[in-house]
Structure formats: structure tokens, C-alpha cells
Design a protein around this ligand. Structure first.
Ligand code: SIN
Ligand code: CO
Length: 381
């Protein structure tokens, strides 16, 4: 278990003073930091077809980016090279543990754990990210500079898959050592170059934009055949110009569209479904001999049983009147509000003991959901 200390700040103070506001150097955020993964294992992941990886090199200031999967690592030279692997929390349960200390930020905002391995001088160059990120230093050292958002900073493509930003003044300029952490809000330019072979872990967040939200909501209406209400104008009066679509009509069209979003049940069903979609296809191993509800009841009686949640699982809930809409990996489950304590165990924790949830023994609806999750391999013991 990793224990996070944010300098002398409480989590509330960090959120109030820094989150989405300004960058922060957290010295020894993790004391006695032990890397959860070896560089060789990271390289192994980068050989897999289904895992997103890149190698970036910057020999003599010539920036090149290569996309995985990789058959060998000749591009990862002794100097000026970086291997980056996305969403490692899906594939490596020990590395996934690094997300846990950051779950004081609502889980649906967490995107993934990206891990990089850089050789001296290696990095991805000066750039901006659209999202908040905590960069944790593992083995080795890396020299980081972080600036403040500046709308005048010009972005340019070093090559077709490497967007960089021009040089910027730094407000943080430091060499990170194992266990140090940088918090970087969206839009803050930053660059980091390895001083010695270095592992870095980026806990990345996500913030959907209007375009993606609206297009996903529209897809949901299409899939569920909802949103059928049509424009109507029974009050129409004769007008001098027939060419104009007037302000009242424009407003009525807008209200018609907003009415679709304002249907709370439709909206939250979509939101749960959409926000709990995993980043990648899950690496699921469904049970060959599925449990019955009685089997799960028996498991809950066994105090030695510990249930674990599969890495990469997205689990959130929303309260809708006296119901709870639980959403796990894109599937919704409706529960009574009285199940709130049990539901939060499945959304706020990545493991539970049988004792934690054995109050559900006679709760048919909860048991049904939990049995489904066990049978699909989303939770396992
Ligand atoms: C890296 O680890 O090289 C990149 C992390 C980042 O700048 O977001
Ligand atoms: Co970055």
C-alpha cells in the first residue's frame, strides 16, 4: 500500500489551493518508495498488440516518435530515449496500486496510469497536457521544469505524433528523486529529462469536453430510441418574412434539445454507462463454472475470503431519488438507496473482505449484482 503525504497539506488544502490551479512539487510524497514494476516488465507490456506504447528519441535534438508494439528495444538507446506505456493499471495489478492514494479525487475523473522509462537525456520534450497529472518519480532521477499556463505559448508538431511547446519560464525547476511527485494542472507547460535511467509513473485524469459529451449522448438516444419529441408550432402567426428562422423559434429548438438532457433518468443512465466505460477492453477471465447466488452466500460466510477488483475497472454510482444507479464498466445496475453502504464498498474500494459485505446475505438484488460481477471476473477471490 502506498501512503501519500502532500508536503504539510491536508487533502482538503491541496484541493482548495492547488487542484486545477497551480503546480506543486511534493517532496517525498511516497517515503521509501519501492517501484511496483521492473523496466523489463514494462518492455514486455510494450510488446503486446493490445497495449498502447511509444518510444520517443531525441538524439542531437532530432525528435522522433515510434509506436508499439515493439519486437525489440534497439530504439531504446543508452541515452536520449524514452519508452512510454499507457493504461498499465489494466495489465499490472502491483502498478495499479499506485492509483489508490489518489482516489481522494472522485474515481470517475481518473484516467489511467502511464509509465515511462527514460535513459539519460531522454524525455518527450516541452509540452502541454489537457488534463491534470501527478508524475511520480520511481527509480533514478529526472530533471523537471514546469511553467504556468500562457495562451501565447506556441505549440508545434516536432513530428506528426509529437506535439511540443516553445520554451517557457519555469516556476518549478527540480531534480526528482524516488518518491518525489509533481502535480501539474491542465495547460501548464512541462518538460522532464532523465539524469540517470529513470522510471516515472503518471497518474492521469480526464475531463470530457462538450463535443464528446454531446456526441456520446446523441449515440445513447439513437441506441435506446429515445429523444423522439418533435418541434411543434401550433401558435404560428403569419409573418412578413418567410425566410427568417426567428429568435423565438431558435429558442424553441434549443429548449427541445435541452429537454432531452433534462430528463434526469435518461441523462443519468447515459452518464453512468458512458463514464464507467473502461479505457480499454477489459482483460476478463469469466468463471468457467459460474457461481449461483447460494455459492456467493456461502463465500460471504467465510471470514478468510477477500474479494479483489480487476485493474482498469471503472465503478461509479449516482443517487436518483430513492434508488442508486451503480455503473460498472459500462453496465448499469439499479439498487435501493438502503444498499448505499454496500454499493460504496464496490465503488470506493478495490478489495473487500467477506465480512465487509456479509450484511448483504439476504439481499437478493445486491447478491445478484455481486454474483454477476464475480462470474464475469470483474471481481474475483
Ligand atoms: C514522461 O513520463 O516522460 C511524460 C510524462 C508527462 O510529461 O506527462
Ligand atoms: Co505531460
Amino acid at each position: 500500500m502506498y501512503q501519500l503525504t502532500i508536503n504539510s497539506l491536508t487533502q482538503e488544502q491541496f484541493l482548495a489551493e492547488y487542484w486545477q490551479k497551480k503546480p506543486l512539487l511534493i517532496k517525498q510524497g511516497f517515503k521509501d518508495f519501492a517501484d511496483p514494476i521492473e523496466p523489463e516488465e514494462l518492455a514486455g507490456l510494450a510488446m503486446e498488440e493490445s497495449i498502447e506504447s511509444r518510444i520517443v528519441t531525441n538524439h542531437s535534438d532530432d525528435w522522433q516518435a515510434y509506436h508499439g508494439p515493439f519486437e525489440d528495444f534497439s530504439l531504446l538507446t543508452e541515452k536520449h530515449s524514452t519508452l512510454l506505456v499507457q493504461a498499465v493499471d489494466h495489465w499490472h495489478s502491483d502498478a495499479a496500486q499506485l492509483l489508490e492514494p489518489f482516489r481522494f479525487i472522485p474515481n470517475w475523473r481518473i484516467d489511467d496510469l502511464m509509465i515511462s522509462y527514460s535513459t539519460p537525456g531522454g524525455g518527450v520534450g516541452p509540452h502541454l497536457d489537457q488534463y491534470d497529472v501527478f508524475i511520480i518519480q520511481g527509480e533514478g532521477k529526472r530533471h523537471w521544469r514546469v511553467g504556468l499556463p500562457d495562451a501565447n505559448l506556441k505549440q508545434f508538431a516536432q513530428n506528426k505524433s509529437l506535439l511540443q511547446v516553445e520554451q517557457f519560464p519555469a516556476v518549478i525547476d527540480c531534480v526528482l528523486e524516488p518518491g518525489d511527485i509533481l502535480y501539474i494542472p491542465p495547460g501548464c507547460p512541462h518538460e522532464g529529462y532523465a539524469v540517470e535511467n529513470a522510471l516515472n509513473y503518471s497518474v492521469g485524469f480526464r475531463a470530457p469536453n462538450q463535443r464528446d459529451l454531446l456526441s456520446q449522448f446523441a449515440d445513447h438516444l439513437i441506441d435506446t430510441e429515445l429523444g423522439n419529441q418533435r418541434y411543434g408550432d401550433a401558435e404560428l402567426k403569419l409573418r412578413s418574412s418567410k425566410g427568417e428562422l426567428n429568435q423565438t423559434e431558435a429558442e424553441k429548438v434549443k429548449q427541445l434539445m435541452i429537454a432531452a438532457i433534462n430528463d434526469d433518468a435518461v441523462f443519468k443512465t447515459w452518464l453512468g454507462n458512458s463514464m464507467s466505460q473502461p479505457k480499454h477492453d477489459m482483460d476478463l477471465a469469466p468463471l468457467e463454472e459460474p457461481y449461483t447466488l447460494d455459492d456467493v452466500n456461502d463465500l460471504l460466510n467465510d471470514e478468510d475470503v477477500v474479494f479483489e477488483r480487476l485493474g482498469g475497472t471503472r465503478a461509479i454510482y449516482q443517487v436518483i431519488d430513492d434508488k442508486i444507479l451503480l455503473s460498472i464498466n459500462g453496465v448499469n445496475y439499479m439498487h435501493d438507496l438502503t444498499d448505499l453502504e454496500l454499493i460504496t464498498k464496490l465503488t470506493d474500494q478495490t478489495w473487500v473482505t467477506a465480512a465487509d459485505i456479509n450484511s448483504s446475505k439476504n439481499n437478493h438484488i445486491f447478491l445478484k449484482t455481486f454474483t454477476t460481477l464475480l462470474n464475469e471476473g470483474i471481481w474475483f477471490c
